[in-house]
Write a protein that binds this ligand. Structure first.
Ligand code: ADP
Ligand code: MG
Length: 290
């Protein structure tokens, strides 16, 4: 392509609501044949709501929410925002620590508090959910919710179920990707139940759930090793490594600074249909479609 064609493409990109890191992005966009989609905040709105709080015996639901909210106050994650919003009150927290794709820890009212994926609490901190709570967590997840466990002083104190909704534009975006010959893949750190509910709504068969940030990177590398040219779309700190390793990293405008910095292209509105438009535009600009 001539530099002029590239400039035209770049200018049109700005009209579409796309920010690109340089003219080479047009060529990268043209070449992709596979589109890996993060779930939370990418195909879903990322605005989660607390649906259910189940405490262990002897603990109040409001205490579970208040302590969890204190621990989550320093996190940008959609789960953290939902918990903070739902909490009746909050407590002062110290020594906040975020574990990307897993959860958070902080000292709340002098107690070491952990909020996150139940499997992470079990594996990393040897904190198991009592069977009655584990059963309710499984049920909520089968219904499509995301469940986090709340623990303090070394024991589980409750679970919080949150739920997210699809962006209205996502099903149409996935249809457009297919029309362009792009194979969609759903990639999420969330549980298989929540991932499956979203995958069914989008008609995506290739789903990887419960994936850590390193696991997301590994999925991108495996696709590339199989000869695919991969676009990865994400919004979170947990997507950063996968975005950087993909052939075309795409960040959602509402996402984290980390995701934008690791990406070649940013979709300002967060509407995935714009990504399909960008692929079509790049092919046309570089003479593939006339
Ligand atoms: P996704 O890949 O869908 O964007 P993440 O990788 O951000 O999801 O998160 C994966 C899982 O890690 C969440 O479903 C949750 O169980 C846990 N998690 C991550 N961050 C937090 C947080 N701030 N608070 C509680 N749980 C968290
Ligand atoms: Mg995300």
């Amino acid at each position: 392509a001539t530099p002029t064609a590239l400039l035209v493409g770049t200018g049109r990109g700005a009209q579409l609501g796309i920010l690109i890191s340089g003219p080479q992005v047009l060529e990268q966009t043209r070449a992709v044949d596979t589109i890996v989609l993060d779930k939370t905040g990418t195909v879903t709105t990322g605005r989660m709501r607390v649906q259910q709080v189940v405490p262990v015996e002897g603990v109040g639901a409001d205490d579970v929410l208040a302590v969890a909210a204190a621990a989550e106050a320093g996190s940008e994650h959609p789960i953290a925002r939902a918990v903070v919003e739902a909490a009746p009150r909050t407590a002062p927290a110290e020594q906040f620590l975020a574990h990307a794709g897993l959860g958070v820890q902080a000292v709340v009212g002098g107690r070491l508090t952990t909020v996150g994926r139940a499997a992470w609490l079990a594996d990393a901190w040897a904190i198991e959910l009592p069977e009655s709570l584990a059963e309710q967590a499984r049920r909520a997840e089968t219904d499509g919710a995301t469940v986090v466990a709340v623990a303090w002083d070394g024991a589980a104190r409750g679970i919080i179920a949150v739920a997210d909704t699809l962006k209205p534009s996502s099903p149409e975006a996935v249809r457009r990707f297919r029309d362009l010959g792009l194979e969609p893949v759903l990639l999420t750190g969330d549980n298989a139940g929540a991932a499956g509910a979203i995958a069914r709504a989008l008609d995506i068969d290739d789903v990887h759930a419960g994936v850590t940030p390193e696991g997301k990177l590994a999925v991108v590398r495996e696709l590339q090793a199989a000869g695919r040219t991969v676009a990865m779309v994400g919004d979170g700190v947990n997507d950063q490594a996968a975005l950087a390793a993909s052939d075309l990293g795409i960040a959602m405008g509402q996402g984290t600074d980390a995701a934008r910095a690791a990406s070649d292209l940013t979709v300002v509105s967060g509407d995935l249909r714009v990504v399909a438009d960008a692929v079509r535009l790049s092919r046309r600009t570089l003479g593939i479609i006339r």
